[in-house]
Design a binder for this molecule. Structure first.
Ligand code: GSH
Length: 222
């Protein structure tokens, strides 16, 4: 299998965590932001990574979207599973995954890129890095009001997730699931932001544990 990705994308990390957990061999192809559209549009009709190319007979050529990739991997290799046996708990895990994908992953992106051009500028002050940050901020219309809304959304999310993840190893039930994968990947950029590390040490312990379970190198900052 081949994973088309941006090396720094937290949604691509989500796909890698699932591949690693299931110990499925794969290679990665790092796309160049901007030029990625030329490759992805004809393949999937979309312009986002991750995209998985199963390279298997009888399977689709390309699967877009991290959630669809996890569904495909579960069907392709159910053991070890990332689905819960109790249907009600599985539904809960899927809802958490969807919320993390659609709302929290985006909020993390806003807060992260705002940090990288402000207090976190010293992480990479080079002109090229700061230019990429400016382009991403422009692409997603990251103005101060939108960043503030993202910060508030994250703060509520961390309360909700803390209620589950502080006392338990897993977010839903007593088993690793798509919810743990989504949270560990999509909140991982916060590990570089000191305020989040100081206020929520439990979050980064869980993110580290989930990465170890999936044999994925820890994200920057951990
Ligand atoms: N819902 C999608 C979101 C993926 C996503 O937002 N990917 C970003 C990188 S983090 C991307 O490809 N952006 C490029 C673009 O929108 O052109 C998923 O779960 O795969």
């Amino acid at each position: 299998m081949r994973l088309l990705q941006f090396s720094t994308s937290h949604y691509c990390r989500k796909a890698r965590l699932a591949l690693g957990y299931k110990q499925i061999p794969y290679t990665v192809e790092n796309l160049t932001p901007g030029a990625h559209v030329l490759k992805l549009k004809p393949l999937t009709g979309l312009k986002t990574v991750p995209v998985l190319l199963p390279e298997l007979e009888g399977e689709p050529i390309a699967i877009a979207d991290s959630t669809q990739i996890l569904r495909f991997l579960e069907r392709h290799q159910p053991d070890p599973t990332v689905f819960l046996t109790d249907p009600a708990l599985q539904l809960e895990a899927e809802l958490l995954e969807d919320w993390l994908d659609e709302s929290i992953g985006t909020a993390t992106r806003f807060v992260y890129y705002d940090f990288r051009r402000g207090d976190g500028k010293q992480i990479d002050p080079s002109l090229s890095s700061q230019l990429v940050i400016q382009i991403v901020r422009w692409q997603y219309d990251m103005n101060p009001a939108a960043v503030e809304l993202a910060r508030q959304r994250l703060s509520l999310a961390l309360e909700v997730l803390g209620d589950r993840w502080k006392p338990n190893t897993y977010l839903v039930g007593s088993q690793f699931s798509v919810a743990d994968i989504a949270a560990a990947a999509l909140l991982s950029p916060l590990a570089l932001i000191p305020q989040y590390c100081q206020a929520h040490p439990w979050l980064f312990e869980r993110i580290s544990e989930m990465h170890q379970l999936c044999q994925e190198p820890l994200p920057p900052g951990l």
